[in-house]
Design a binder for this molecule. Structure first.
Ligand code: PLP
Length: 359
């Protein structure tokens, strides 16, 4: 840290992304990326003529992309906001809709970035404990008079709330934003996006990073009442008007045109998830039922950190959070069937070893 950094950022604890190894080849099950490549339309869209146009700025209003998304979700373009990854929307939402007396609340165990943004903007936050089984109790969020942020499905648990439960939260906090982060919704949960026609305080956030195989392109979007979208636009035009670059916009449009390809991949991933969960359960793991592209697991037979390290030594990366209440767990992204077979094989060896060591 230099001596120039503003006082208010000196204690900020930045978010720690999952590892992106650059040398050794790992089976990468640690950052919830898709194991499947983008479709042929995206590969064709990111071509040399599009690259030649990189000398020009991108459309600051992202009209074509918004129209495509609006068509897919039964919205008007003015209900859609697009961004450089959905983290950017979360950033703007904390910046724009909380603070100055408005507190924010979110589940104690959830996406780690929420707390970072609250810290960044000096917003008081309330972290609400989950139930014993890691589910969210929607009643904790009813009539709270605070901004509310919930990932649905939640991360890293993969558990979901029903749309009617979300509606109860949205309808009983009419004077505050309820942000529903649907990063994993395409893997088997139900989106609450339709509710934006009924509630002006609902902000639904999604991303192309997971279900549409485009984590490296950085494309997120929000669905909300037009007035909320215009608030986000105002912040965007006050910080970075060209927040979606030309190549990403072209890739995003192409991806929506071949949406069925991605939704089919999501079904494949859900089937692989089911099979992997069953196999791990058979080996004695507790596997939390997940509707996302990852599972959250632990075994009495091996410490959570130890399982993480031994997988890593054998070339498989998963995500271990060294945090109270979840340090015995690992979050395992669902890869291809082949990758999960390797995970299961290696896990069997590791558990066998651990049991021998105990004797
Ligand atoms: C991955 C993830 C994001 C961020 O996605 P990007 O669009 O890649 O920035 C947001 N929320 C949750 C819960 C996530 O898991």
């Amino acid at each position: 840290m230099s001596r120039f950094l503003n006082e208010r950022y000196r204690k900020l604890q930045a978010y720690t992304p999952g590892e992106q190894p650059q040398g050794r080849k790992y089976i990468k099950l640690n950052t919830n990326e898709s194991p499947y490549p983008p479709g042929p339309g995206v590969l064709a869209a990111v071509n040399s003529s599009e690259a030649a146009d990189l000398r020009l700025y991108s459309d600051p209003e992202s009209r074509a992309l918004k129209e495509k998304l609006a068509g897919l979700y039964g919205m008007k373009p003015e209900n859609i906001y697009v961004s450089n990854g959905s983290d950017d929307i979360l950033n703007f939402a904390f910046m724009a809709f909380a603070g100055d007396g408005t507190k924010v609340m979110f589940p104690e165990i959830s996406y780690g970035f929420y707390e970072v943004f609250a810290d960044l903007y000096g917003i008081d936050c309330e972290k609400v404990p989950l139930r014993e089984d890691f589910s969210i109790d929607p009643d904790d969020y009813v009539c709270q008079n605070k901004m509310i942020v919930i990932a649905n499905p939640n991360a890293p648990t993969g558990k979901t709330l029903e749309v009617c439960e979300i509606e109860k939260i949205v309808s009983t906090n009419p004077d505050h934003i309820v942000l529903i982060d649907e990063a994993y919704v395409d893997f088997g949960a139900e989106s609450c996006a339709e509710l934006v026609h009924k509630y002006e305080n609902l902000l639904v956030v999604q991303t192309f990073s997971k279900s549409r195989s485009m984590a490296g392109a950085r494309l997120g979007f929000a669905i909300a009442d037009a007035a909320l979208i215009s608030d986000l636009e105002k912040i965007k035009f006050s910080t970075n008007p060209y927040n979606v670059n030309r190549l990403t916009a072209a890739a995003g449009i192409a991806a929506i045109e071949e949406n069925d390809y991605y939704m089919e991949n999501c079904r494949k991933i859900a089937a692989t998830r089911q099979r992997t969960a069953e196999a791990l359960t058979e080996m004695g793991f507790d596997v939390i039922p997940s509707r996302a592209n990852f599972i959250f697991v632990r075994s009495e037979k091996i410490d959570g950190g130890e399982y993480y390290r031994r997988l890593r030594e054998r070339g498989i990366l998963v995500r271990h959070f060294d945090r109270e209440k979840i340090s015995q767990y690992n979050r395992i992204t669902i890869g291809t069937d082949q990758e999960m077979d390797q995970l299961l094989k290696v896990t069997k060896e590791i558990i066998g070893e651990a049991e021998n060591e105990k004797e």
